[in-house]
Design a protein around this ligand. Structure first.
Ligand code: ADP
Length: 904
């Protein structure tokens, strides 16, 4: 091949590729991409003699009239081409297959996979047959690759276009179907509505004997709602007709300024009643306009009623100005305004912005402004909005004097359903009524009826509910959730029946608030919603409502559900009262709490034990009856661990030192367990406490007694034994002790104040010690002291502990006393039994001498520190123990130095 012919070939290939790009770009369908592509590639008869576009399975996908060359090469090598396509589809690469001795004169077949952008696998394979051997040489391979890429791009472009077309087609069909449906439904509704309205009118016109006042009132309310429903249906109908392009303006010559003036006259007072200023600025127009009166009225009234609806205070202005070729009507308000990002949205049909708290009403279907725009356009004009949130909005409608239709006016036109200012005003009145609706009582038979709070922002529906339920309930009305919440908090009703969609606090939020308040938690709440469907119901119930009804509801069903919910709540209340009664009858202190810790119930025994009542709550851990965390951190920690352990183990029993409200320690045995609350799917923890303070005191007393006994056993001198007895008995029984030692034919008595001659003892004590005049202590009568007499009555060694005030002596105390009396007598006998008589006497004298010293020291301390002799003795003893010095020596030092025992 010469250089010249090579550049010819390159030029040809480039030309082919350029045309291929054009061809696929212009193709409308996938098939066209294939056909045009193959036709263009087929024009390259220098490189190849046959072109196939095959599927990845090797099958033929495109037949093109132009691709069959005269020599029949394609027919001859079709099987080879199909086989090679399979190979290339699998490898994903350019493949070459040599053809030796081809009857059609082809030297090779080349296959190039066609991969669409964004895809990994080829969707088709381009195969060509060439007359010369080219092998995998670069220029031709590149050419084929580019051709395949162009085809791939073409296919993918068409495919996307097809999807988009299909989608918009579906949307359009849906839209048409929706409009048609709206139109049909509206038509269907109008007939029955008319059939309801007519007889109602007759009844209302009937003389008062035939229709009594009460019935007449209800009929009037019914009539009002029929009118409202008719208006909504008309609006829907007009809207769907407008969408379907079936409204033709009924053009007449109009004096716009006077038309607007009359609208202002009828609508203005409503605006002023709402506390707003109403201004008009209506300039005369230079010429009359040829327009549709109903349409212009509808546009202006829509704008005026929106202005009133969304303006809490300030003013509304209606103005008219001539502009070039027409005029502008503006409605400006100082209301809540519309954010820039929402300004286009408000003109879309069914579009409503999120409810605004300050709006006068939440009624409306969101088609008002869409109508305004469509109707303005129908008259050859448009509407425009300028607004800023919080500052107000101005809607301006610009219309020509002559709408486009005027040029080919059709007779007997059908315009929109006329809708008067009165109709709009009826709506306004309904909002006003809804806003003014405070808690009102329904009339009805007197006598106690359950109290029902109805929460509903539509005044009509609220009134209706109050009427139909008034016989069975004392009905109160609230216009929104916040009002309702205030009402239930100030006076709890027996049930709440609430709408879901409300401004401010909606029905779900109201339920949340009620469930979160311990005092209201059990209050039955029924939700009433326009949202039908299982999902909505489930959501309502999951959010904690007791029941969920869908509007429109059947009054009989509503009555039944209300009654059953109130009954159930009453049963729950009775159950709680019963539970309380059972708990309070128990002797054990019982507390019932939620697994998270909040105490829900505690009984009278609990109050007796710890001093707290449920009204002192709410109680959460750490509870005030737990030990003081500052003083007993270990116990508090143990209690917390026990509480956590309870969650895993389900039961627990242990002793804890708890705290009475007045601060004193109460040892309790606590048993806790988790219980299922039947029917409520909740668990609770039940804890029972027994006062084990006595048990604990007894145990401590026994330990103390054991220690004193051991001291007696190890003491080797009489003065030591006497010291142990005087002091030990004082500490153990909390009283002043007098001990009497008998032996060697003589009797000696000692008190904390020293040795005392028996004759000088107070008579009562002397009698007790001698065993005279003392009765066996009775366990359930308070006594003024306790006598310790060893069982071997022969011994005169004994003791008397005088209580400061008479008290009960427990059996346990008596046993300990007997045990100590025995140990005391044995110790005295043991010491006196050793040694010679002389030693014994010396021992006794020493004891007497020691106690004389001790008694003197006690006397000094009593005088100086205003202590009782018992307390003074304790101080001496502690000093002796702490410093390991004999008691008598401490006493001696106190006497010598005048210092306190600890320092002496
Ligand atoms: P609707 O039936 O909800 O009133 P419209 O189509 O009349 O429907 O209005 C659409 C939305 O535009 C309203 O829900 C409201 O949020 C907003 N809107 C309309 N007019 C005003 C206004 N004058 N001021 C503030 N917001 C307005």
């Amino acid at each position: 091949m010469s250089a010249d012919s090579r550049s010819d070939v390159a030029g040809l290939r480039l030309g082919i590729l350029a045309r291929l790009a054009d061809a696929v770009a212009l193709a409308e369908t996938l098939r066209e991409v294939g056909e045009r592509g193959v036709a263009v590639i087929g024009r390259n008869d220098i490189d190849h003699a046959a072109v196939w576009l095959l599927g990845v399975g090797g099958e033929q996908v495109v037949e093109s009239a132009a691709d069959e060359p005269p020599d029949g090469a394609k027919a001859v090598h079709a099987p080879d081409a199909h086989a090679l396509a399979l190979v290339a589809a699998r490898s994903g690469r350019h493949e070459v297959h040599p053809l030796a001795g081809s009857p059609a004169g082809l030297a090779e077949l080349h296959a190039q996979p066609v991969v669409e952008p964004g895809q990994e696998n080829p969707s088709l394979v381009l195969v060509v047959g060439v007359r010369e051997r080219l092998g995998a040489s670069a220029p031709f391979a590149d050419y084929l690759q580019v051709a395949a890429a162009l085809l791939g791009a073409g296919f993918s472009g068409r495919r996307e276009l097809a999807v988009v077309r299909q989608q918009s087609e579906t949307l359009r069909e849906l839209d048409t179907a929706k409009s048609a449906f709206l139109a049909n439904v509206s038509h269907e509704l109008r007939t029955p509505l008319a059939l309801i309205a007519a007889p109602l009118d007759d009844l209302l016109a009937a003389p008062s004997e035939e229709v009594p006042g009460v019935v007449r009132e209800r009929l009037a309310a019914l009539r009002g709602n029929v009118v409202r429903l008719t208006r909504t249906v008309d609006a829907m109908l007009d809207f769907s007709r407008m969408e379907a392009g079936r409204i033709t303006p009924n053009l007449v010559e109009l004096d716009i300024a006077s038309l607007l003036a009359s609208l202002a006259a009828s609508f203005g007072p409503a605006i002023e009643r709402a506390g707003l200023r109403f201004d008009t600025d209506l300039q005369e127009l230079p010429r009359p306009a040829l327009l549709d009166r109903d349409i212009v009225e509808r546009i202006v009234l829509n704008l005026l009623s929106n202005a009133l609806k969304y303006t809490p205070h300030g003013s509304v202005e209606l103005s008219l100005h001539p502009v070039r070729g027409g005029f502008e009507v503006s409605v400006a308000d100082t209301g809540i305004g519309i954010a820039v990002r929402d300004q286009e949205k408000v003109f879309a049909r069914f579009e409503q912005l999120p409810r605004h708290e300050q709006a006068r009403s939440t009624e409306g279907a969101g088609i008002g402004l869409a109508m305004v725009r469509e109707l303005s356009r129908l008259l050859g004009g448009d509407v425009d909005l300028r607004s800023a949130p919080g500052r107000g909005s101005t809607f301006t409608v610009r219309l020509p004097y002559l709408p486009p239709q005027a040029r080919h006016q059709i007779e007997s036109a059908r315009s929109i359903t006329p809708r008067s200012a009165e109709a709009f005003l009826a709506d306004v009145e309904a909002w006003e009524a809804a806003r003014e609706m405070g808690p009102v009582r329904s009339p009805g038979p007197s006598g106690p009826r359950p109290r029902l709070l109805v929460v509903e922002d539509s005044a009509d529906l609220a009134r209706y509910l109050a009427e139909v339920l008034g016989d069975d309930y004392e009905v109160e009305l609230a216009g929104d959730g916040l009002q309702a919440l205030a009402s239930v908090r100030s006076r709890r009703p027996d049930a709440v029946l609430s709408d879901v969609m409300m401004p401010g606090l909606d029905g779900f939020q109201l339920v949340d608030e009620i469930r979160g308040d311990p005092a209201l938690r059990d209050l039955p709440v029924l939700l009433l919603s326009a949202r039908a469907g299982l999902d909505a119901t489930t959501e309502g119930l999951e959010r904690g409502a007791d029941d969920y009804l869908v509007k429109p509801f059947d009054v009989a069903e509503l009555r039944a559900r209300l009654a059953s919910n109130i009954l159930r709540a009453a049963e729950r209340g009775a159950e709680a009262a019963w539970r309380r009664a059972v708990l309070s009858s128990l002797h054990e202190a019982v507390v019932l709490r939620e697994p998270e810790g909040l105490v829900t119930e505690l009984n009278a025994a609990f109050t007796r034990l710890f001093g707290w009542t449920i009204e002192d709550g709410p109680f959460t851990p750490p509870y005030p009856w737990w030990p003081d965390p500052a003083e007993e951190p270990d116990w508090v920690e143990r209690l917390e661990t026990a509480m956590q352990g309870l969650a895993q183990r389900g039961a627990l029993e242990a002793d804890f030192p708890m705290r009475h409200r007045d601060g004193h320690t109460v040892w309790v045995r606590a048993a806790s367990g988790t219980v299922e609350i039947p029917g409520r799917g909740r668990r609770a923890v039940l804890s029972t406490f027994w006062d084990v303070s006595r048990e604990h005191a007894a145990q401590e007393r026994r330990q103390e007694a054991a220690r004193i006994t051991a001291d007696f056993a190890s003491a080797d001198a009489l003065d030591h034994i006497v010291g142990i007895a005087v002091d030990g008995l004082h500490a153990l029984f909390n009283g002043d002790s007098t001990v009497q030692v008998a032996g060697l034919g003589m009797v000696q008595t000692f008190t904390a104040s020293g040795p005392v001659e028996v004759d000088l003892l107070p008579l009562a004590i002397a009698q007790r010690l001698s065993g005279d005049g003392s009765d066996e202590p009775t366990p359930d009568e308070p006594v003024d002291g306790i006598l310790l007499v060893p069982p071997s009555a022969a011994s005169g060694t004994r003791a008397w502990v005088q209580f400061s005030r008479p008290r009960l002596v427990s059996t346990d105390e008596q046993i300990v006393a007997d045990m100590l009396a025995q140990a005391f007598a044995l110790a005295v006998d043991r010491v006196l039994a050793v040694g010679e008589l002389a030693d014994k006497q010396a021992n006794l004298e020493k004891a007497i001498e020691s106690h004389r010293l001790i008694g003197q020291a006690v006397g000094v301390l009593v005088e100086r520190h205003r202590l009782t002799p018992g307390q003074a003795f304790q101080q001496l003893r502690h000093a002796s123990q702490d410093r390991n010095v004999r008691l008598r020596e401490i006493a001696q030092r106190v006497l010598e130095t005048g210092l306190d025992p600890a320092d002496a």
